[in-house]
Design a protein around this ligand. Sequence first.
Ligand code: DQA
Length: 144
Amino acid sequence: MKFTVVNGPNLNLLGLREPDLYGSLTLKQINQRLEQRASELGVELVFFQSNHEGDLVDALQKAGKETQGVILNAAAYTHTSVALRDAILCLEIPVIEVHLTNPQAREEFRQKSLIAAVCQGTVAGFGGASYLMALDWLALYKRE
Ligand code: DQA
């Protein structure tokens, strides 16, 4: 069983970027924790990060062909991207929307997600653990 972890713009700067908000973990450290949990669960992960919307669309299309689920932090594109929403609609595998912060508790423009309604569900507000929770659900769902 293989899942894809897709991270959008500015998440490559985690650890340096607004640490009071996003915490001190780097994306590499989050991915290492995910790797560790994946090996306990007996699943494989593929990691992708881009600051470019079209590259994220390509990554979702590839994920749909080669893997069985997606953990997606679309970052700022969550609130703007019809292209990512449409890409998710093309997939026949579950996509979990994740966020480190809780966008509902932030600025009004972050309170609207264009992708939430086309994802299986959303995990938000738990820092790096949001990704781990999404992974646990995917592994559970795929086993059942
Ligand atoms: C984020 C929340 C988004 O609003 C923001 O643009 C991000 C990160 C999060 O993980 O909390 O870049 O997706």
